[in-house]
Design a protein around this ligand. Sequence first.
Ligand code: NAD
Length: 478
Amino acid sequence: IPVEPFDLVVFGGTGDLAQRKIIPGLYRRFWAGQIPADSVIIGAARSGMDDDGYRALARAAIDEFVTADKRDVAVIDAFLATLGYVAIDAKGTGGWDALKGRVRKNVVQAFYFSVAPSLFGDIAERLHAHDIAGPNSRIVVEKPFGRDLASAQALNGVLAKHFNEAQIYRIDHYLGKETVQNLMAVRFANMLFEPLWKAEYIDHVQITVAETVSVDGRGAYYDKSGAMRDMVQNHMMQLLCLIAMEPPYHFDPDAVRDEKLKVIRALDPVKPEDIVRGQYLAGDGQGGYLAHAENKDSKTESYIALKVNISNWRWKGTPFYLRTGKHLRARTSEIAITFRAPPHSIFDDADGWRENVLVIRLQPNEGMNLMVMIKEPGPGGMRLTQVPLDMSFAEALGEEGADIPDAYERLIMDVIRGNQTLFMRGDEVEAAWRWTDPIIQGWEARGDKPKGYDAGSSGPEDALMLMHRDGRRWREIR
Ligand code: NAD
């Protein structure tokens, strides 16, 4: 469904994110017929450049980041005609009046802050001082949203001076992934799972986000962040919330975000013995983390595993184990829900018995796998064995499921439509930092060093112990 014509200003429109994600994403939506040709998209950044220069930059970005099947010369030209460029100085006065002359007041107006967070305040202020933004304008802000509670509160404060919460779209591209939204559909559009979705029936939950990439090339940035800030506080917290939250009364922005917030508030503080941090070592002819980070004494973790308890009626007694890391054996993201044993076994030979596990695969090959017990075929009597009920969503949906919009595409269109459901609310971000801060402060105060792990492995040995001591074990990363 096409949206109404809109004006979108991309601050940082010449940057890496704009070239890799924002411009190609907008183009693909244009190609799909969702963006009307009388929309106006303005790149605004520091470089001196004119409209044609920006169109050339955008054309190159489309050539590089859009697949050939969607690159159509006429469509690209029509898309480029919607683009323009204004050179601005976020910290000065240059360019702002020119920008004002380029955007309309009578259409949906969005400003995408694809710049360092240190510029958010300057831009917000100038949008108002130069009478460019109005009460109906929307702003989109990129991650990282702070590096602790204080900095997140400061950012929220700076934005709140000029925009109210309904105008602010904090992007966590993870939430824009088709697969992540599917978690809500699986939970709340089926009768099958929800009655069992509680501590009484669920033994534990494992959430894994494993990456094969190292931090090579962006070690300087990553070293100031680490897995806890870069992955757990935002992306994994969102996954945990979607699995743990109560059913919202409606699929409505504040109803969903209220429920997520309640989960974050119910998280127990994490004990130091329930956390394992790791740093990958050199291997496979590649340097280790310390070589990539350039700081030979860095204590930043490229891996983290932790046990999280949620103190509420639904989840008391059912731990959530989270792990994420770089340079691991395989690239995989999944949520595995392990059910408890039946209350009583009627079978004499329960040797083959295993717990039911529902695995929701986010990537690769999005799908669901339910491990169920059956009788082992053959004359051996009533022996049990476990089999998978395995389904790939793409296969089940055929061609239709194959063309899934990228997270950025979906989220930008949601901004234009004014739907905040998949964006983090200010109080949600702050609550997540409020939980994260003492954990990080704890290991910083103790001077904890991460454990080394082999590049291409499943992470540090100690992480195995985190589950073994509870009589459980991690699923294999593969
Ligand atoms: P970048 O360094 O590639 O680009 C920065 C952009 O900001 C450039 O267009 C530059 O001209 C502009 N800029 C810088 N100072 C300015 C000033 N004083 N006035 C006007 N414009 C100015 O950065 P990026 O990688 O595109 O990242 C942009 C934002 O998105 C950052 O907040 C980053 O954390 C976030 N982000 C980036 C990625 C990514 O993959 N690149 C992923 C997630 C989040």
